[in-house]
Ligand binder design. Structure first.
Ligand code: APR
Ligand code: ZN
Ligand code: ZN
Length: 361
């Protein structure tokens, strides 16, 4: 039987989001219904509301979530009712050209639920990133559920579903940070701070946090940065070079998503070093660089989509590190809020007051 539950819906561009009754169908073949326990508030949810991602309103927002599988449809073998899961937006298909080449973290045909969730009047909802988890329950493809150790706090574990994974993966997967490396992270919000933690997990010797907000630098220092640079007061390229023997960092992670910070990342990197772009630019942004510098400085310029993560490989491992006190996911949870406070959380996010607000259900 389809169920009526509460969900946070964005009905039209820029209008405040509201808690509404939504209809969650029973899971069909390959689908699962998940009782959501916690869901973080991400920039992408705000971008949906602002029409920056598509115009297929109404949206059911929320996508950084953990919960318990309630029911599964025919043919589902990867999870069963009662499993504690983190939701992901990379349910790999196994068949596209990336999957067949053994690089499923680039999967070009990821799975979502086939049936729509709807408003009470039957209007189909577009779930954010194919998830829609600011809701008591949500319908997803079974492959979007990654089983992890149930001893983890849902508010912390759920954050692995998006921004925190993006930052950790930018350092661990895309950047390939290794023991003894020097790393600079430009922009230390939720994503950049996770990149700082990833660099620390990987054994980086020097981790330089760069931001224009003193509060963010203090948090980054508490969570693993060995040096901080306030780029409002100091030229970050000069500062990173000074802190690395005059050369630049081995890996520079850009976690803002702007041309000027990308340029800083490009020049704050040592010869043959790596730049990782994990911040997401907007369509009108362009980048101009001397092509001779791109050639002459060598190395690698990479982008990191979702931290190049493979949920089935990375989520259980990171939850285990969390449970062993080696990865402080709790530090990202600035506040826990109720379902009807998502609009307020967007404002706090916009002001830079929080790393993450997390809705508890
Ligand atoms: N130089 C350095 N830091 C900057 C600059 C700048 N010019 N402009 C902004 N910042 C800092 C902010 O002070 C903030 O700490 O970048 C950080 C951005 O953090 P958040 O707003 O919390 O965003 P976050 O969730 O970390 O995401 C960062 O990655 O996933 C994408 O869409 C997301 O593009 C965004 C980026
Ligand atoms: Zn695929
Ligand atoms: Zn997100």
């Amino acid at each position: 039987m389809a169920q009526e539950v509460r969900g946070v819906v964005s009905r039209e561009k820029d209008a405040p989001v509201a808690v509404e009754t939504i209809v969650v169908p029973d899971p069909g073949p390959g689908e699962a219904v998940v009782r959501v326990q916690a869901c973080g508030v991400c920039h992408t949810d705000l971008h949906y509301k602002q029409g920056g991602i598509s115009d297929t309103y109404p949206f059911l927002l929320g996508h950084e979530a953990a919960g318990v599988v309630e029911s599964v449809g025919a043919g589902v073998t990867e999870v069963e009712p009662g499993d504690f899961v983190v939701l992901n937006w990379r349910a790999v298909c196994g068949q596209c050209r990336a999957c067949r080449r053994g690089r499923p973290w680039y999967c070009f045909d990821t799975h979502n639920a086939a049936q729509p969730m709807t408003l009470a009047d039957g209007t189909p909802l577009s779930p954010a990133l194919g998830i829609g988890a600011f809701a008591d329950k949500t319908l997803v493809a079974a492959g979007q559920c990654t089983k992890v150790d149930r001893r983890a706090a849902p508010a912390a574990a759920g954050l692995l579903g998006c921004g925190v994974m993006a930052g950790l993966g930018a350092a661990l997967n895309t950047g390939g940070v290794g023991r003894g490396d020097s790393v600079a992270v430009i922009g230390c919000g939720g994503v950049g701070t996770a990149a700082v933690m990833g660099a620390r997990l990987a054994g980086a010797a020097r981790i330089i946090a760069v931001d224009i907000d003193r509060r963010k630098l203090d948090t980054a220092a508490r969570l693993g940065a060995t040096h901080t640079v306030d780029s409002r007061a100091t030229d970050p390229v000069e500062a990173v070079r000074e802190l690395t023997g005059g050369f630049g960092a081995d890996v520079v992670i850009e976690a803002v998503g702007r041309p000027e910070t990308y340029r800083q990342a490009f020049y704050a990197r040592d010869l043959a070093g790596t730049v990782v772009l994990v911040g997401v630019p907007t369509p009108e942004m362009t980048l101009e660089l001397p092509l001779l510098d791109v050639f002459g400085r060598g190395g690698a310029l990479k982008s990191s989509w979702y931290g190049d993560c493979l949920p089935s490989r990375d989520f259980p491992m990171l939850v285990d590190l969390y449970l062993q006190d080696r990865l402080d996911l709790d530090a990202f949870v600035s506040e826990t809020i109720a379902l009807d406070d998502v609009e307020g959380a967007f404002e706090r996010m916009h002001r830079g007051d929080v790393l993450r607000s997390v809705v508890l259900l």
